[in-house]
Design a protein around this ligand. Structure first.
Ligand code: AMP
Length: 403
């Protein structure tokens, strides 16, 4: 492929097969997204590749289209393994991949936890070419010898940063060690912190970097604000923000499961609404599915979520992200805010972060991370904090020299 990436504007220029192009046309994708333009031609060559992209940028098609092109459908063995951090994301990738596989006759198995393993075993024994799963269940199926990786050609680590955050490192390493050394490894990650880089160094061979400067995507398409508030004034503030913003759909992020439950209990009562739900890792899978389904269907106005579950939810109607609790890690900020202002959404999103007086340093770290100083969100006639003095804030532009 000699066409320089800046001049690529159609899928036909990416080196994909006529059958795949036909499927893409049928699905209705008109132009490839930036990550697709940059990632697909490299991945098609069989080289290892690292793509910095978040959910919502078209990254699933960016790795699935070239990966599926490289499989031999006549061989009923697992040739492609995709690992994702959460069941929700695994299911989403599974559904999207099936759609993208068109008439190729590729068979898929979904290997995520919280689902009956019997059906997954049947799919594997039935000659699945592609397995999409969460690391825990993949290990389980490997151990029971229903999943065999001897013919594996490609392994994909989707949302690698999140998988490591969740603590999947030992599982991932075990799985990678079970893969043939002669394979292609594709890694997708919204951020590239040192643990992800280390993983890449150890398990990838001279990977090509596709850097789409994730931060710019977030900053360009989403209006982001912060507001200083006393811890005990957060609830009334949230009510005021909701009344002012009238979000089409909002996700309110809390740090803890208990925090999410408490907020949910109080807000269903106060707002007298049944269009609110909470989602976190302790909820049974069936309930989690129901919640996501009603959010997708537009039935929910407000979803209260923790980081683990809130991530990877691909929904285009989210107009507002409210960080009720400032995220513990600044990378989580990028992930949370990435829930809005999405590829398939024609409207820009808004993100508002609640910051207590003690959390000024955490806000500064986030601002450094996204290389932007957030403006203050104003709510008229609202006493957000009771301290006599307003917090001091040095406004400055962050640059590389601040590192
Ligand atoms: P993802 O980043 O993979 O979660 O994709 C986000 C959404 O964008 C999904 O609903 C995809 O179906 C959709 N999508 C992916 N690629 C394209 C494209 N080139 N044009 C339009 N929509 C796309």
């Amino acid at each position: 492929m000699d066409v320089p990436t800046e001049t690529i504007s159609t899928f036909a220029q990416l080196g994909l097969s006529p059958a795949t192009l036909k499927t893409i046309k049928k699905i209705g994708y008109e132009t490839p997204s930036p990550i697709q333009v940059a990632f697909i031609p490299v991945a098609l060559t069989g080289r290892d590749c690292i793509g910095q992209a978040r959910t919502g940028t078209g990254k699933t098609a960016a790795f699935m289209l070239p990966a599926m092109e490289r499989l031999d459908v006549s061989k009923g063995r697992v040739q492609l393994l995709v690992m994702a951090p959460t069941r929700e994301l695994g299911e989403q990738v599974h559904a999207e991949s099936k759609k993208l596989s068109g008439t190729s006759r590729l068979k898929f198995a979904l290997a995520v936890g919280g689902r009956p393993i019997g059906r997954q075993i049947d799919d594997l024994e039935g000659g699945a070419h592609v397995v999409i799963g969460t690391p825990g269940r993949v290990i389980d199926l490997l151990r029971r010898q229903h999943l065999k990786l001897s013919d594996l050609k490609i392994v994909v680590l989707d949302e690698a940063d999140r998988m490591l955050d969740i603590g999947f490192r030992p599982d991932i390493e075990r799985i990678l060690k079970s893969c043939p050394t002669e394979r292609q490894t594709l890694l997708l990650s919204a951020t590239l912190p040192p643990p992800v880089e280390k993983l890449a160094q150890r398990y990838m061979i001279e990977p090509e970097m596709v850097d789409l400067s994730e931060d710019r995507v977030v900053v360009d398409t989403i209006e982001q604000y912060y507001i200083t508030v006393d811890e005990d004034r957060k609830k009334p503030l949230l009510l005021r923000v909701l009344a002012k913003e009238k979000p089409q759909q909002a996700i309110v992020f809390t740090r803890t499961k208990r925090g999410a439950d408490a907020l949910y209990a109080e807000f269903t009562k106060r707002l007298k609404s049944n269009r609110i739900a909470a989602i976190h890792g302790d909820l049974p899978q069936r309930k989690r599915d129901q919640v996501i389904k009603s959010l997708r269907a537009g039935e929910l106005r407000l979803l209260i979520a923790t980081d683990v579950v809130g991530r990877g939810i691909d929904i285009s109607g989210i107009s507002h992200i409210i960080n009720y609790d400032i995220p513990e890690y600044c990378d989580d900020y990028v992930h949370r805010v990435g829930r809005t202002g999405r590829l398939s959404s024609d409207q820009n999103g808004r993100a508002i972060t609640f910051v207590t007086l003690q959390q000024g340093g955490e806000l500064t770290n986030i601002e450094k991370r996204i290389n932007t100083v957030l403006p203050e969100y104003k709510v008229d006639d609202f006493e957000a904090f009771r301290t006599r003095e307003r917090p001091k804030r040095t406004i400055r532009k962050f640059g590389a020299a601040d590192e």
